[in-house]
Design a binder for this molecule. Structure first.
Ligand SMILES: [Zn+2]
Length: 299
């Protein structure tokens, strides 16, 4: 029996001043409509009546869901894979920079098929990767001989173990938002860094595409963070945002998908234009980027 989660208050700040923004369609799997709601106090957005943890599985069953399979079909996916190679190196450099370590102990949560975990392992880091999807875990073994663990392993991890914990477009998917952040606080070393990358609905491209913005990705994305709401949530958990970094390629990728959702066909030039404007705005303010990376330390 499928159950839905209905919130009567904000998950970030607790305010009861929440209201509907618009309907969003699941273009990837189900074609069902879901409601996006917003907290009028802290600006956090969330998917109202999203499927609960036990019933969300069917919404991940699609060959197009490329973070879990490794399909290279279509121009958008091919481009995505080329860009990924470049971004993997950027992520490695970012981790070295923010931890001040050449080699450290890393936990990558939601490792997918293991590309980032493998990159870090090759660079000499001691890496633990967690991935809930069994097919993705099997692919990680086949692709990289990398053994990812199930999410349940998290419970048995010891306090102050990790120099870095990374979630690359993962936090917006997890049902137990508070439980995860509290656990991360415990298992992160006192000087460790938590790295959270999420889509940013306050970006130019999000405002331009509105309900067609691909990074709402309902109902798989349960939360839609603004920089302000992310800072409030993290502060409540004992963390502080140290830096906000840009992810330049996401604006183009998300705009390409959004054009397709809105017009039913690829419109590459329009998408490139919107992505470019979005990035120009982010050039002056990283908090306007289509997707942002939060570099987080303990308070
Ligand atoms: Zn709120």
């Amino acid at each position: 029996m499928a159950s839905k989660i209905n919130y009567d208050h904000c998950l970030c700040c607790g305010s009861a001043a929440i209201s509907k923004v618009f309907d969003c369609k699941d273009y990837t799997v189900s074609n069902e409509n879901f409601e996006i709601w917003q907290c009028n106090s802290c600006t956090f957005r969330f998917t109202q009546n999203a499927p609960d943890e036990a019933s969300v599985g069917i919404y991940y069953q699609s060959a197009d869901y490329i973070s879990h399979s490794d399909t290279k079909k279509g121009l958008v996916n091919r481009l995505y894979h080329q860009v990924r190679t470049f971004t993997l190196t950027s992520k490695l450099n970012l981790l070295k920079e923010v931890t001040g370590l050449k080699h450290g102990v890393l936990l990558d949560v939601g490792a997918g098929t293991g590309a980032f975990a493998f990159t870090m392992q090759q660079a000499g880091w001691n890496v633990t990767g967690l991935e809930p999807d069994e097919t993705a875990r099997i692919n990680a073994v086949n692709n990289y001989k990398l053994h990812l663990e199930e999410l349940s392993s998290l419970a048995s991890m010891h306090n102050e173990t990790f120099d870095a914990i990374t979630l690359w477009h993962v936090l917006e998917h997890v049902h137990d938002l508070h439980g995860y952040l509290e656990k991360f606080f415990k298992i992160l070393k006192p000087v460790g860094r938590l790295i959270i990358a999420v889509p940013n609905y306050t970006s130019y491209d999000a405002g331009y595409y509105k309900q067609y913005w691909a990074a709402y990705d309902v109902p798989r994305h349960l939360y839609h963070f603004s920089p302000k709401s992310m800072e409030i949530l993290l502060k409540e958990k004992g963390f502080a945002v140290e830096a906000v970094k840009t992810m330049w390629f996401d604006s183009f990728y998300v705009s390409m998908l959004s054009e397709k959702y809105r017009h039913g066909k690829d419109r590459f030039i329009q998408a490139a234009w919107v992505g470019l404007i979005s990035n120009i705005k982010a050039l002056f303010n990283a908090k306007r980027c289509s997707s942002v990376i939060y570099v987080i330390r303990k308070k």
